[in-house]
Design a protein around this ligand. Structure first.
Ligand code: ATP
Ligand code: MG
Length: 353
């Protein structure tokens, strides 16, 4: 089976965007692909001191465990897929360094997401945030992932991953020396890295902020009111939907340029995957905002209820989650070490005696 790798940063409680745009899309992939789903805690710490993570390490610990539990609650089956915590596999950090040393600065200077974050954070931007795409390349290349399900915002980082893989292979994995070395160490002789392909998640799965229909819902938005968390209790969801931003047009469907309206309808359809989208639109066409909002809130609550219930079960069963992460981490370490061993050897590091 072709391999897939994807992950979410434990920078907060997971929200509807993470669920609709990532988690729920992963579930059906489990039958077609050999999947690695990772909680990318090493990425989470790239946020500098202005971020809530730095206020308490309890945050990182709890969000890491709750994210992993939500993977399972949302339908990732630990029997089919590998669920693990990134920092449990030290090969991520090590390969990241090896790739850092082969990466020209000019390639990093082109990264749009860093430029944007730097523009908004100023001096609070750390070195880790700058080199973040190299760590992401290491994540992907360690497992020889053929496909990487990502949002449009990650396309450039995936392109960088391909460039880094090609550069490393060209620089270190051609020539007879390399083949001889591999044979002497009983390692495969093909180039170390596979160039991955992006699997861009479909457009409808992009969820926007409840307070601004033009920016995406995200964990790092300081306003709790901007997002619905997967674990929000029903009353909190009702309140957030009630207060969310809307517009002054009559009716909730139709007319161009209505980012908030479009977003709420997108959410309404996404949480009712078994209903026909056209029929859904017809059913709310004649409503005003005051009528639509409670209907939307109930649909979201109903969709999240079974996930919340499973989440409680996963967290409640003594030792279960730890066992899943232990097994997942062991399997991931096995795969990753093999790649790392070859990368080290190709660069000329003396193998461990
Ligand atoms: P942060 O603000 O810390 O970056 P985030 O909410 O952007 O958090 P990530 O951990 O960066 O979440 O992303 C995890 C996954 O969720 C990625 O696959 C990303 O494409 C997806 N994702 C994040 N936000 C949304 C959204 N609003 N709509 C759809 N998918 C999203
Ligand atoms: Mg993000």
């Amino acid at each position: 089976k072709p391999r897939i790798l994807s992950g979410i940063q434990p920078t907060g409680s997971l929200h509807l965007g993470n669920y609709l745009g990532a988690l729920s899309q992963w579930v059906p992939m489990q039958d077609t692909y050999s999947c690695n789903f990772c909680v990318v805690d090493l990425h989470a710490v790239t946020n500098t001191k202005d971020h809530k993570l730095q206020q308490s390490s309890d945050g990182l610990r709890e969000w890491t465990l709750s994210s992993a539990a939500l993977y399972i609650a949302a339908g990732i089956d630990p029997e089919k897929s590998n669920i693990f915590v990134q920092s449990h596999v030290s090969a991520h950090s090590e390969l990241s360094w090896l790739l850092t040393c082969t990466c020209p600065m000019g390639w990093m200077d082109r990264m749009i997401q860093f430029k944007e974050k730097k523009a908004s954070k100023g001096d609070n931007v750390g070195l880790g945030l700058y080199s973040y795409p190299v760590l992401m390349a290491a994540d992907i290349l360690l497992y020889g992932a053929e496909k990487v399900p990502v949002g449009e915002d990650q396309r450039q980082h995936l392109e960088l991953t391909r460039d880094l893989a090609r550069r490393f292979n060209d620089q270190f994995c051609t020539g007879s020396q390399y083949k001889k070395l591999c044979k002497s160490l009983s390692l495969p002789t093909y180039p170390v890295f596979r160039e991955p392909e992006a699997m861009i998640v479909k457009e409808g799965a992009r969820v926007m902020s409840l307070t601004d229909g033009t920016s995406k819902m995200s964990k790092s938005d300081p306003s709790e009111a901007s997002r619905i968390n997967v674990l929000d209790p029903p009353d909190v969801i009702r309140q957030k939907v009630k207060r969310c931003k809307t517009d002054n047009f009559e009716g909730i469907i139709g007319a161009e340029d209505r980012p908030e309206a479009r977003n709420l309808i997108t959410i309404f359809k996404a949480v009712q995957p078994d209903r026909d989208p056209a029929e859904i639109e017809a059913s709310v066409r004649d409503m005003n905002w005051g009528q639509f909002k409670p209907v939307l809130a109930e649909a979201v609550i109903e969709h999240l209820a079974p996930i919340q219930k499973r989440y409680e079960e996963v967290r409640g069963e003594e030792g279960y989650l730890e066992g899943v992460l232990k097994r997942g981490g062991d399997r991931a370490n096995e795969q990753a070490d093999e790649t790392l061993k070859r990368a080290r050897a190709a660069m000329g590091f003396v193998p461990r005696f």
